[in-house]
Design a binder for this molecule. Sequence first.
Ligand SMILES: [Zn+2]
Length: 203
Amino acid sequence: MRISDDRYSRDRQRLDIAMHFIRHEARTHTIRQWTGLTDDRIRKLYRSYLQDGGCRVARHRGKSPQQAAFFMRSARLRHEAGALAGLCCLVGVLARDQGRVGTAGSAATAALAGVGRAAALCQAYDAYRAIVASPGIGFEHAVLLVNALARGSELALGACQGCGALLVVDSLALRPARCALCAVDDPRRGPGCNSARRARPMP
Ligand SMILES: [Zn+2]
């Protein structure tokens, strides 16, 4: 009985998380990756959501965003990426020192950690939407941010050289990073986090 109870509650949690992802307009393959549900089950879930009177949400096709440089495009996006990454650290989706949290000892616990991590990501993203008046980072880009920080090859968590605030920085940046406020205090230094990108030759 205990095993079937656990299975039921895990399945229930998967469905709840998938619904949350659907409301955030996540692509089907993103929902599959984070919840382990099949494409067919996700489609049925979407249909039942609409039949139950849910708001129509956009179903995006094609690949998820993959350009980590998106977060370095403007001071506003760098600032929001830092805020979202900080929230992800608070709920345990990311570790402050490296990336991914939740390495598990077996396939079963790894699957559980995946669903738990998906729930935490929703929590962090909802908090981000609540505190930013006009969010520049969509849910699929939030997934990209978390994955890119976990990989660490393009983006990393860093600290502002001036005040120590958590920042998302270019992994290959040559100069120490500075937050928007500290960069304003000392405009000659600039934000730092995209300095290496500026120095690179245009493709
Ligand atoms: Zn600062």
